[in-house]
Design a protein around this ligand. Structure first.
Ligand SMILES: C[S@@+](CC[C@H](N)C(=O)[O-])C[C@H]1O[C@@H](n2cnc3c(N)ncnc32)[C@H](O)[C@@H]1O
Ligand SMILES: Nc1nc2[nH]cc(C(=O)O)c2c(=O)[nH]1
Ligand code: SF4
Ligand SMILES: [Mg+2]
Length: 211
C-alpha cells in the first residue's frame, strides 16, 4: 500500500494527556469530513479545522511506496541517540483513511510507540498504542473506546455530557481555536471546574510557537 503524507516533523505533543512529550508527527493527506478547500469549509461536516492537509508538499512529506519506506522515514526523523521510547503521532487530515496493519507492524519494528489522532468515524486497525478520539458534531462516532477523548469545545450539537459515559480513560476539553479562542478558553475552564471528569487541554505548541 502507498501512503500520502502532507508533512513529517519532530516536536513536542502539544495536546491531551501526553502534552509535553517529544514525538515524530506524521500528518497524512486528506480527510473525510472536509476537502481542505477554504471555499468549501462552510459546507463541510467539520468547519473549524486548524490544519492544512491537502497534498504531499510539506516538509518531510511525500508519497511513500510501502509501509517499510514510511516507517524508515519516521525513524530518520527521530533524533539519533535519543533516550526513552520513540513516539510517533499519526495525524492528518484523517490518518485512519490510510493507517493499516502493515504500517503499524513496520513502526513497531522500528521501535516506536504509536499514537493516533482521529475524528472517530473510522474503526482503527488493531495494535495502536494510544488512541485519541476527537468527535465532531454532525459526524457519526464509530470509535467509542480508547485512551483519550479530546473534545473541541464548544460545538453546537456535541456537548461533553454526550460522550462522558463512553469507554475512554481520559476526557479532555480543548478550546476551539479561531476568532473566539479567548471566550472558548474561558468557557472550557468554567466547564472543567464544574465537571471535574473533564480536564483542560491547551494547545501548548501554539503558545510556544513550535510546530
Ligand atoms: C487536525 S486534527 C487531525 C486528526 C483528526 N482528523 C481529528 O480531527 O481528530 C488534530 C486535532 O486538532 C483538533 N483541532 C482541529 N481544529 C481545531 C481548532 N480550531 N481548535 C482546537 N482544536 C482543533 C482536532 O479536533 C484534533 O483533536
Ligand atoms: N505540537 C503539536 N501537537 C499536536 N497534537 C496534535 C496535533 C495535530 O495536528 O494533530 C499537533 C500539532 O500539529 N502539533
Ligand atoms: S476531522 Fe480533523 S483533519 Fe478533518 S477537518 Fe476536522 S479537524 Fe481537520
Ligand atoms: Mg495541529
Amino acid at each position: 500500500m502507498a501512503y500520502a503524507v502532507k508533512e513529517m516533523f519532530y516536536t513536542l505533543q502539544g495536546e491531551g494527556r501526553n502534552a509535553g512529550r517529544a514525538a515524530v508527527f506524521c500528518r497524512f493527506s486528506g480527510c473525510n469530513l472536509w476537502n481542505g478547500r477554504q471555499a468549501d469549509r462552510g459546507r463541510a461536516v467539520c468547519t473549524f479545522c486548524d490544519t492544512e492537509f491537502v497534498g504531499v508538499d510539506g516538509a518531510g512529506g511525500g508519497g511513500f511506496g510501502s509501509a517499510g519506506e514510511l516507517a524508515a522515514a519516521v525513524a530518520a526523523t527521530w533524533p539519533a541517540g535519543g533516550s526513552g521510547t520513540p513516539l510517533v503521532v499519526l495525524t492528518g487530515g484523517e490518518p485512519l483513511l490510510q493507517v493499516d496493519a502493515a504500517l503499524i507492524a513496520a513502526l513497531h519494528e522500528q521501535g516506536f510507540e504509536i499514537a493516533v489522532e482521529t475524528n472517530g468515524t473510522i474503526a482503527p486497525p488493531p495494535g495502536l498504542d494510544w488512541i485519541c478520539v476527537s468527535p465532531k458534531a454532525g459526524a457519526q462516532l464509530a470509535v467509542t473506546a480508547g485512551d483519550e477523548l479530546k473534545l473541541v469545545f464548544p460545538q453546537h450539537g456535541a456537548g461533553p455530557s454526550r460522550y462522558e459515559t463512553l469507554a475512554f480513560t481520559h476526557f479532555l476539553l480543548q478550546p476551539m481555536d479561531g476568532p473566539e479562542r479567548e471566550r472558548n478558553t474561558e468557557a472550557a475552564v468554567a466547564y472543567c471546574l464544574a465537571h471535574p471528569r473533564w480536564q483542560l487541554s491547551l494547545q501548548i505548541h501554539k503558545i510556544l510557537c513550535i510546530p
